[in-house]
Design a protein around this ligand. Structure first.
Ligand code: SF4
Length: 455
């Protein structure tokens, strides 16, 4: 091995030799890293960025293989790989990723999080909580009502649409209708078909498009998402991406292609339950998923969407972990926009019993708690919830809503006929059209926005 291997990595050579089943291969990689370190000449940047990818891949494999049993030595090793990959890729120096610790570290709690946690207790009056959340939302998302509306302004709500591009998925998430063994009708849209779907959505008013796809490595490739993103951005949309976790390099490509944000829900921060629900497939790599927002932010992604799937685990514990996760990200990347989603499982595939019930009152409380902890964050509500309940939440603190959604690839019809239900990931509960949702919001005094940055 070269004597110029990055100092921290070099100290692991003996440990790799003794413990790694692929030691010859990895020690060889370390030697190449050392050579790249030595080579400051022209033409080395391609080599260094290729090595950065390999080092990140190695880190991913190590995290996956040691999921649930990371020793302090493993922790130090993956941090060293992280630092080496970042330096090889020429990215700005940053504090080490410490997401794994942050999500359970009380030292991460801000005053706002401590205040919010007090309100998690059901003894804290809900009406007092909703009023505080409403005032904070009005303060940080002030709205201008439509001219014809003669009533006090509420806040501004952005409407967006999900665009499902592929239901092919190799994962086994027990709660999901797209999971690999299920014999559903599957569809994978081409880039051109995805753009056609987006143009239908534009006819309904949308500019913010959330591109959603399952994880199927030979189909939903980085190049696939990059080209969809590029074509949407070139056509005037604001693409956000909800895909499987990607590498830092892929996120950099997506940012360059015009991506405005990434959504990635940890589902549950309970590592033991996470392993129980994600029994096979790449999604079983808890830590790789957990660090997705770090990689996206390091690549320059402006908006970071976090979420938990309510029903899988103790919701209060998950909410606290997510708030710590977000506080850690806000400290590491203070110029990024944070957003939160709290989807509830209403229906799961046959055989999956929802273990943790979350009531409407619970959900209201949880959104309010997030508003207190993060007054400027986007709070996102999908059409999983029924129209009347969406009204209730919108009046309190929601700032982003989907409308007229289909959760099936190719589900939007150009002739205006109802969205396709066949091949959907989950059933939609609010069946109103985008125009009906927008009209309701305007009548209620909200400012309805279709883009993040109106001209
Ligand atoms: S939740 Fe996502 S990753 Fe899991 S099976 Fe469904 S589509 Fe695939």
């Amino acid at each position: 091995m070269s004597s110029r291997t990055p100092p921290k990595l070099e100290s692991f050579a003996g440990w790799i030799q003794a413990t790694d089943d692929h030691a010859p291969h990895h020690l060889n990689l370390l030697a190449h890293v050392g050579q790249a370190w030595d080579d400051a000449g022209d033409g080395s940047s391609v080599v260094r960025s290729s090595l950065a990818r390999k080092v990140e891949r190695w880190r991913y494999q190590h995290l996956k293989e040691h999921a649930g049993r990371l020793t302090p030595q493993d922790e130090a090793f993956v941090d060293a790989l992280d630092g080496a990959a970042r330096q090889l890729a020429g990215r700005a120096p940053l504090k080490s990723r410490r997401t794994r610790h942050a999500v359970r570290d009380p030292a991460v709690d801000t005053d706002s999080i401590r205040e919010a946690c007090a309100a998690l207790d059901t003894a804290f009056p809900l009406d007092r909580l909703t009023e505080t959340a409403r005032q904070l939302t009005q303060q940080h998302f002030p709205g201008i009502p439509a001219p014809r509306i003669q009533r006090a302004a509420r806040h501004r709500i952005l409407l967006y649409a999900p665009l499902y591009v592929s239901s092919d998925c190799v994962n086994y998430c027990l709660y999901c209708g797209f999971r690999y063994p299920l014999g559903i009708v599957r569809r994978h849209l081409s880039v051109a078909e995805s753009l056609d779907q987006a143009r239908i959505l534009r006819g309904r008013g949308f500019r913010r498009i959330l591109v959603v796809g399952g994880e199927f490595p030979s189909l939903t490739t980085p190049a696939y998402y990059r080209e969809i993103t590029r074509s949407l951005a070139a056509d005037g949309f604001e693409p956000n991406i909800e895909s499987a976790p990607q590498t830092t390099e892929t996120y950099a490509e997506l940012v360059a292609a015009g991506a405005r944000g990434v959504n990635l829900y940890q589902e549950t921060y309970d590592e033991r339950l996470y392993a129980k629900y994600h029994v096979r497939g790449p999604k079983s790599a808890y830590h790789w998923r957990l660090e997705t927002h770090d990689r996206a932010a390091e690549a320059g992604m402006p908006r970071l969407g976090l979420g938990i799937l309510l029903g899988l685990a103790d919701p209060r514990a998950d909410l606290l972990a997510m708030m710590r996760h977000a506080a850690y990200l806000a400290d590491r990347f203070p110029d990024r926009t944070l957003a939160f989603s709290l989807p509830r499982i209403h229906e799961a595939p046959a055989g999956f019993e929802i273990p943790y019930f979350v009531s409407d009152r619970d959900l209201i409380r949880f959104f309010c708690v997030l508003r207190i902890a993060f007054p400027r964050a986007g709070l996102v509500l999908s059409t999983r919830e029924q129209a009347e309940f969406r009204h209730t939440l919108a009046k309190i603190c929601i700032t982003e809503m989907s409308a007229g959604s289909s959760t099936a690839p190719g589900g939007y019809a150009a002739d205006g006929s109802p969205n396709a239900a066949e091949g959907a990931q989950f059933p939609v509960s609010d069946h109103r059209s985008p125009a009906e949702v927008a009209a309701w919001l305007e009548e209620a005094g909200f400012e309805v926005a279709w883009t993040t940055n109106p001209a």
